[in-house]
Ligand binder design. Structure first.
Ligand SMILES: [Fe+2]
Length: 264
């Protein structure tokens, strides 16, 4: 499954005609970075306090703050955390979902998954009603992104597509998407062509979103619960998992981890 409408390309988020009277859900800095101006949205409300590794309480807070306002749509804008919160709020409120990633790794814009902290534990909610109605993937957002954010997102995408390639839930279609995604991501990382991460991440989301992640992600949650960033945790848990599983991606994944220079 995938969102019924996926738009990809440079300026895609700038050129889209957004419905008026939307609620934008994003993180601190969305306004100062010029993202809202770039979208040219008029008549909107905004919640810009989504935290990294967001909790279910953030979802509840947004719903109670905005429950009496009659929005046409909810626009999720930001990294995986903002999109996961926006998708879950829209799912609970029964609103149309427009998802715009500004970092490229989670693939959340095209998956039916929302990862939220419940009782301080990372919890993955899966429901087809969480899927976005519109996904807009615009590589322009990579400009000005700190390297720390780029590398944590990029390794997430690499782990997701390589794990999903090996998943027992995979099929020739998801394997094609995951394999193509890995080729694109690997090229982007090894050659410092980070704008290419946007397409790699989108294909990763479509691939693993229709199969599953596997051992690398399962192991990473233990570290996430201790406060280690998702990408950083995957740089060693997915590597160990690929070695254990004799993954065809093991050596290539190892080269990517080295290139991105993660701390041990
Ligand atoms: Fe992930």
């Amino acid at each position: 499954m995938q969102p019924p409408f996926i738009r990809f390309g440079t300026w895609a988020a700038h050129d889209y005609h957004y419905p008026s009277n939307s609620l934008i859900i994003t993180s601190k800095g969305a306004i100062s970075r010029g993202w809202i101006d770039y979208l040219k949205i008029k008549n909107f409300s905004i919640f810009d306090k989504v935290e990294p590794n967001p909790s279910i309480e953030t979802v509840e807070k947004i719903i109670s703050q905005f429950k009496n306002e009659n929005f046409s749509s909810i626009i999720g804008l930001g990294g995986g955390s903002s999109l996961d919160v926006a998708k879950f709020v829209a799912f609970k409120m029964g609103k149309k979902k427009i998802m715009i990633p500004t970092t490229f790794g989670s693939g959340s814009e095209v998956t039916r998954i929302s990862v939220l902290n419940v009782d301080r534990k990372k919890t993955s909610f899966h429901d087809e009603k969480i899927l976005a109605d519109v996904a807009i993937v615009d590589p322009t957002f990579i400009e000005g992104t700190p390297m720390e954010v780029i590398k944590n997102s990029a390794i997430d995408a690499c782990a997701q597509c390589s794990e999903a390639y090996d998943s027992k839930l995979g099929n020739p279609y998801t394997k094609f998407l995951c394999n193509t995604a890995f080729d694109i991501l690997e090229y982007a990382i090894l050659n410092d062509k980070f704008e290419k991460l946007a397409l790699g991440s989108l294909l990763t989301g479509l691939g693993f979103g229709n199969s599953s992640t596997t051992l690398g992600h399962a192991l990473s949650y233990v570290y996430s619960n201790e406060g280690i960033m998702h990408g950083h945790a995957l740089s060693f848990t997915a590597l160990v998992a690929h070695r254990f599983n004799n993954s065809v991606f093991y050596k290539r994944f190892e080269s990517i981890v080295k290139k991105l220079n993660f701390e041990k």
